[in-house]
Write a new protein. Structure first.
Length: 459
């Protein structure tokens, strides 16, 4: 069925515009110019208005189309379409797909919320207080971190390319009326059964209860709360640990129900029964234990990993922090500075302010580094000693045997608690309560008052 056509439609069909200007080709041209970012001719809104007016005039002429305007239309037609195309390009040149409208990265970072923390703590891989969640990085007090997420009592923060979880209490807020003070570590004893908290002022404790007599090492303070470290014997507890200071008492050996097994004589036995007849296990390393019950001559203890058994009372040494494995190799700030200066100058004066135990620790590190030259420079010089070159050459000739002996000695030192015994210008470093089979290490003081390692020091 053919639709009805009006007179003006037939006249428009017979108009001089027999050439199609507004084609897909022209549209593609406009799109390509927009995408390529080519500069467009600057046009004012006056030009746009003129083009619009011209379009309206042409339509009017088309409707009346007298013969005398025929040639006029042919002249202006080309101009009109070119102007129209350029005007459309001008209008659309700043039109952007909304899906591409992303703010600059620096603006995104500025808009992301950042937080600071009241104390330096560790961020962990999972939100929780229990288990084996590994520490991802250390959060430093006062530094800003991007806040990514909040779940319950935990916040997730970003540190470079790593993310981790910390309790939200540690986020610095106005309600923190106190600051967390870092303390020189010292031991205290749990006076009565008390709750262990993951942060100060926690309502319901998220951790467990500690038994009377347990030993803790105090490291921080926030008001009436003390931040502590402790030994665990079952499932580990990660993160910070806090106790109300009113539930603790000053450390005294007689009140300590936690300690470690004596190592003098080679080690200690764990027995299956309280009569101490049947051996369950022999322990030749420092094992931390907690006393559960007391008998005539023995204790029922729990050790790391949930091991239960009986030990003789004489094999119990109170205070598990009496010596922590690795202490004698770990140098303090002034010890490390003295070592650096001494290595650079080899001048004994750099050791003048150090005590015998401190020089001994530096010597242990020299053995750990297998630095024969540094070992020789720390020795007390006397007649009959080899020269420095001879000492180093001999060490190289017997390198394998020397290395084995070095590591064995370091292990023996690290396995026990040691003490200094002064005798005139000599100091003997030896295990506490050592027996006849124990070792001693001799330190000697020079005429200038500087402590050095004695020649053939190991006794």
């Amino acid at each position: 069925m053919r639709r009805f056509e009006s007179e003006w439609e037939r006249e428009l069909a017979a108009s001089p515009f027999d050439k199609s200007f507004f084609t897909p080709k022209h549209l593609n041209k406009i799109e390509e110019q927009i995408k390529s970012g080519k500069p467009k001719p600057s046009r004012s809104w006056l030009s746009i208005t003129c083009v619009s007016a011209a379009a309206a005039a042409i339509v009017l002429l088309l409707l009346i189309q007298p013969p005398k305007v025929q040639s006029m239309l042919e002249q202006v037609s080309s101009w009109f379409w070119e102007e129209t195309l350029d005007t459309l390009e001008l209008i659309t040149e700043d039109v952007v797909d909304p899906r591409e409208q992303q703010p600059p990265q620096d603006i995104v970072q500025e808009q992301q919320q950042s937080v600071q923390f009241i104390a330096s703590i560790y961020a962990f891989s999972e939100p929780g207080y229990w288990g084996f969640s590994k520490d991802e990085f250390r959060v430093e007090a006062g530094e800003s971190y991007a806040l990514l997420e909040e779940i319950g009592e935990f916040v997730k923060i970003q540190n470079g390319d790593r993310a981790g979880w910390v309790p939200s209490w540690y986020v610095l807020k106005q309600e923190h009326g106190e600051v967390i003070q870092e303390l020189e570590p010292y031991e205290m004893i749990v006076e009565k059964e008390t709750a262990l908290h993951s942060y100060p002022e926690e309502g319901s404790p998220s951790l467990y209860y500690l038994e009377q007599g347990k030993v803790v090492r105090v490291q921080r303070q926030y008001g009436d709360w003390l931040g502590v470290e402790l030994f665990t014997y079952g499932e580990p507890v990660i993160g910070e640990k806090w106790i109300d200071k009113d539930d603790l008492r000053e450390y005294e050996d007689q009140y300590a129900m936690e300690g470690y097994l004596r190592l003098s004589g080679g080690g200690s036995f764990i027995y299956t029964e309280s009569d101490a007849k049947d051996v369950q296990e022999f322990v030749d390393y420092k094992m931390t234990v907690m006393i559960n019950e007391e008998y005539d001559d023995t204790y029922l203890i729990t050790a790391a990993g949930g091991l239960d058994g009986y030990i003789k009372k004489t094999d119990f040494v109170p205070n598990p922090f009496g010596h922590i494995r690795g202490t004698y190799l770990e140098l303090s700030g002034n010890e490390e500075e003295a070592l650096i200066r001494f290595v650079g100058s080899r001048d004994d004066e750099e050791l003048k302010e150090l005590e015998p135990m401190q020089v001994f620790k530096i010597y242990l590190n020299a053995e750990l580094m297998n630095d024969a030259g540094l070992q020789y420079d720390l020795l007390y010089k006397q007649d009959g000693m080899p020269t420095r070159e001879q000492y180093i050459q001999e060490a190289e000739e017997h390198a394998q045997l020397n290395r084995s002996n070095q590591l064995k000695f370091i292990a023996r030192v690290e396995a026990v608690e040691i003490e200094e015994v002064y005798e005139d210008n000599n100091v003997y470093i030896k295990p506490v309560n050592g027996d006849a089979d124990s070792w001693a290490f001799r330190m000697q003081r020079t005429d200038e008052g500087i402590w050095k390692v004695g020649w053939l020091a190991l006794q």
